[in-house]
Write a protein that binds this ligand. Structure first.
Ligand code: FE2
Length: 227
């Protein structure tokens, strides 16, 4: 038994000496490992544009959350509109998370999350207005969706720069991102814009002779997903 212990001790001593003589053979240099970034091919301008889009999605989520809260108030009491805007807020938040996950997949860490969720109060005029009605809220939502769509197109333009000056992979022309944005985001944006425009049209028709009655009835339709 003592000979086994002696053998193990001797073996450990040899390993220790080996490691001291060539410390790179016995440990992993984390800095060196982290510097191996050949697979991280996103261009910095493109990454910045995606982060701007994340900020925009969070801002849209907050606008819709504010609208949901507004229509939930006892003296406004439009549960259908409240439901629609709360659901819209969740969708926008989910879009922001999707973009964060995409950046993470491409090796771009999102560490400045506090900056990304910082609200832009100037984009939320009239949210606290007691008189904000359904028509105005849908108009605001449509306007917001157009802004988001245009920003996605801006991201795509920044990431699909045809002007490749050399063969380095780090230059723009990010086909995967642009393709992903087209399929995942633009499609949903155009359908979303059409949906809000349709809702607005129905509301205006229902309220053409008596707006308040029309909005009350339209709210019921929103609540039961019939609008
Ligand atoms: Fe969105």
């Amino acid at each position: 038994m003592s000979s086994v212990i002696t053998f193990l001790l001797a073996f450990c001593m040899i390993l220790l000496v080996e490691c001291q003589n060539a410390n790179d053979r016995c440990s992993i240099d984390m800095d060196d490992t982290l510097e191996k970034v050949e697979w991280k091919t996103m261009h910095s301008n493109c990454t910045l544009e995606v982060k701007d889009q994340i900020k925009m999605e969070y801002n849209a989520a907050m606008i819709y959350l504010s609208l949901g809260v507004h229509f939930s108030r006892d003296f406004v009491n439009r549960p259908g509109f409240a439901k629609f805007f709360f659901e819209s807020a969740s969708e926008e938040r989910q879009h922001a998370i999707k973009l964060i996950e995409y950046l993470s997949m491409r090796g771009e860490s999102v560490t400045d999350i506090a900056k990304l969720v910082k609200l832009d109060p100037e984009t939320m005029p009239g949210m606290a207005s007691v008189s904000l009605n359904g028509k105005e809220a849908l108009e605001k939502a449509l306007q917001q969706e157009v802004l988001v769509t245009n920003n996605i197109l801006k991201v795509m333009k920044a990431c699909e720069n045809e002007e490749v000056k050399d063969a380095a992979w780090t230059l723009p022309n990010d086909y995967h991102l642009v393709d992903w944005l087209t399929a995942e985001f633009l499609d949903e944006q155009y359908k979303g814009q059409r949906d809000i425009a349709g809702k607005l049209s129905t509301l205006l028709k229902m309220g053409s002779s008596n707006y308040h009655l029309g909005e009350f009835l339209f709210d019921k339709k929103l609540l039961s997903n019939e609008a």
